[in-house]
Design a protein around this ligand. Structure first.
Ligand code: HEM
Length: 391
């Protein structure tokens, strides 16, 4: 039994969530020289740690520290001194799945850097999640996450971690949580305590509209293996920058982001997303095209404004790899524990894939701090997988 979204509702909904119509998607000057520039360091103060396309917010470190303290306080509150401490956000895992990533022989020349420099196949671990900081029923509107850990990747590391993994972190929405880090502490406070939404509305109305769309869109996911994911934030790739995108191999890239007739079950069990993954992996398995959009210019594909969608008319998708998930049993308790103890971080990887923009700069320390707290509390190993683990 499936629930088809009714015609008018669906039309309104899909129009609302088409990334071409997302808030802040006008062709206004984004950076440099636009309204968003206020609050950023002047160009002549840019420090050498920044990529040439980046500029630093004047109070960036303070916003990072504030974000860490909101997140860790909430983790301690939810944990309450007992049981397993969950992830700071994306607390609920729908499954941790083993697969392979194969570099696409037909990738464009300008994408041939880092992991995509040479053809090859790598083992990956992926964690599918929902964004809320606590575990709730899947029927609740939420953004859904896809965290990919590619193993056995060589190259100069971004962190001094001695690892050979490359993380890619995406969710079911084309843009970030706020225009920039100035909105993030209020977003995190609202996720920890919905009563804070009143302040978020007053201070960052554009974020509220965006978040509502992101959560509603995630709610329309019938199966985490049958939906699309965006990195939302940009990354260096060779001489340019890209955003990442993953879609089921048999879906087209264009058209409405969420089709009108997705097969959402009529009765949404608390863990229906896990049930859907199980069904798919007991059957044929699943496949994703992993794609990039290339940076064009600061106006249409800005680096520091994370609510500006990179439209496909300006930045079309190019396939760089295929991710395959063969049929498998992913639910052995030891495998789930192993996966919950992993730490994903956009900075865990090689220099060719350096994260860009203020949200990504913040995520380096934020993800380090929260995963460190979680793994220390849970007395969990702080190691990276090699891709050959079996359970
Ligand atoms: C802009 C694009 C972003 C995307 C696509 C994204 C996506 C994700 C995903 C998929 C996860 C789950 C990772 C896992 O399975 O372990 C995650 C975790 C997390 N994210 Fe983000 N996120 C973004 C921005 C941010 C920002 C700006 C912050 C805060 C400054 C943030 C804070 C966190 C935290 C605290 C976790 C939990 C990490 C852990 O406990 O190990 N994220 N994010």
């Amino acid at each position: 039994m499936n629930r088809q979204i009714s015609g008018l509702t669906a039309l309104l909904f899909v129009n609302c969530i088409d990334p071409g119509l997302l808030p802040n998607d006008s062709d206004q000057e984004a950076f440099p020289g636009g309204a968003e520039e206020s609050g950023f360091e002047a160009a002549d103060k840019a420090d050498s740690a920044l990529h040439p396309l980046e500029r630093r917010l004047r109070n960036e470190q303070q916003l990072i520290d504030e974000s860490i303290s909101i997140l860790t306080a909430n983790m301690r509150r939810l944990h309450g001194g007992r049981g397993v401490m969950r992830h700071g956000l994306h607390a609920k895992s729908h499954g941790c799945i083993k697969g392979t990533l194969t570099v696409n022989p037909g990738r464009p020349a300008r994408a041939r850097h880092g992991l995509f420099a040479n053809e090859g196949t790598y083992n990956v671990w992926t964690r599918f999640s929902s964004a809320q900081p606590k575990v709730i029923a899947d029927a609740a509107p939420d953004a859904r996450g896809l965290a990919i850990k590619v193993t056995g990747v060589s190259g100069r590391r971004l962190l001094n971690d001695g690892a050979t993994t490359q993380d890619f972190i995406l969710f079911t929405h084309p843009v970030g949580l706020g225009v920039d880090m100035r909105a993030i502490p209020d977003v995190l406070k609202t996720l920890a305590n919905p009563a804070h939404a009143a302040i978020l509305v007053l201070k960052h109305p554009e974020v509220v509209a965006n978040t509502a769309v992101a959560f509603a869109a995630g709610a329309l996911v019938a199966n985490p293996l049958e939906t699309r994911y965006w990195s939302a934030a940009p990354y260096k790739l060779g001489a340019t920058a890209v955003k990442y995108f993953a879609k089921p191999c048999d879906w087209t890239v264009d058209g409405p982001v969420w089709p009108l007739s997705i097969n959402i079950p009529n009765i949404l069990a608390a863990d229906y997303l896990r049930d859907a993954i199980r069904e798919k992996l007991q059957g044929p398995g699943a496949c994703f095209d992993f794609m990039v959009q290339f940076y064009a210019n600061q106006r249409l594909t800005p680096i520091e404004n994370h609510l500006k969608n990179w439209t496909t008319s300006v930045a079309p998708f190019h396939k760089v790899a295929t991710i395959n998930f063969p049929p498998q049993d992913f639910e052995k308790p030891a495998q789930q524990t192993f996966c919950e103890n992993l730490s994903f971080n956009p900075w865990r990887g090689v220099e060719d894939h350096q994260p860009l923009g203020n949200l990504n700069r913040a995520r380096k320390k934020v993800y380090e701090a929260v995963s460190d707290l979680r793994r220390t509390t849970n007395r969990a190993p702080k190691t990276e997988p090699n891709g050959h683990e079996t359970f």
